[in-house]
Write a protein that binds this ligand. Structure first.
Ligand SMILES: Nc1ncnc2c1ncn2[C@@H]1O[C@H](COP(=O)(O)OP(=O)(O)OP(=O)(O)O)[C@@H](O)[C@H]1O
Length: 242
């Protein structure tokens, strides 16, 4: 089995508090993996650890079968990400932001207009990033994540700030890049219904520990909704711990 993401024993403490506790997680190449967990469970910390934006206290990370280490990691050029509210060069236009990103990533800028159009930003290409609405910024962040033609997408709550039409559009785009281009997607969200529409595998983290994994197909076959699975697993954990 080849893994797009593999963490082994990933552990992170902030100010003496363990936020990731020995997390071993594997995302199969080609999968759409939905990453779930209550507020403060450690989802963002794990996603940031993949790129060493957070330095783990213990454990290892591999992306696309390349170990991620301190220092330069050429594999990052093969991965697109949106972690939290995207930051831009606010005075530069949407198009300029993406063009600059391609240059920084060493990627061809030939797909900038296509990526903007895909995320419904045609007509706003020349607008300064700082003048875009929240939802448009989110769309621009997603366009930036895919403009370099990545093999893996890591998206932390990508639906935040999108209107219902935007959510449907982004769902369809994520499905298409997975199904048609074979891009692996690792995505966190609190929108369980939405995740159940795009994810093949789901994993649940709580208080820094992986609780369980399942396939959406298996849940469906056993007449279990993602919501009932989530509530059962997190409820059991809280019942035991509290
Ligand atoms: N830089 C930091 N310094 C101290 N504590 C931090 C830092 N970053 C995160 N934490 C703490 O780590 C824990 C996990 O936070 P994280 O953002 O990873 O959770 P999350 O699962 O993404 O939550 P949410 O669903 O609310 O976004 C929280 O208790 C948070 O307060």
């Amino acid at each position: 089995m080849s893994w797009a993401i593999e963490t082994c024993g990933l552990t992170k403490r902030f100010e003496g508090v363990t936020v990731l506790d020995d997390v071993t997680l594997r995302v199969r190449k080609g999968d759409v993996y939905g990453f779930l967990g209550p507020n403060g469970a450690g989802k963002t910390t794990l996603m940031r650890s993949l790129f060493r934006l957070v330095t783990p206290d213990a454990g290892t990370v591999s992306l696309l079968e390349q170990p991620v280490r301190k220092g330069s990691n050429p594999v990052f050029a093969r991965v697109g990400s949106m972690l939290g509210s995207p930051a831009f060069f606010e005075g530069l236009s949407a198009r300029e932001n993406l063009t600059l990103h391609c240059a920084y990533m060493g990627a061809d800028a030939g797909r900038v207009d296509e990526a903007l159009a895909l995320f419904g930003l045609s007509g706003a290409e020349d607008k300064a990033a700082g003048k875009l609405s929240l939802g448009m910024r989110q769309r621009l962040g997603l366009a930036r994540a895919i403009v370099t033609d990545p093999e893996l997408l890591v998206l932390d709550e990508p639906m935040n700030g999108l209107d219902p039409e935007g959510i449907i559009e982004v769902r369809n785009i994520l499905r298409a890049v997975n199904e048609e281009l074979g891009v692996t997607i690792f995505v966190s969200s609190h929108l369980l219904d939405e995740l159940s529409k795009i994810a093949c595998t789901v994993g649940l983290i709580d208080r820094g520990r992986m609780l369980d994994e399942a396939t959406v197909g298996d849940l469906h076959d056993s007449d279990c909704t993602l919501e009932s699975w989530y509530l059962e697993k997190t409820g059991a954990r809280h019942g035991k711990a509290d």
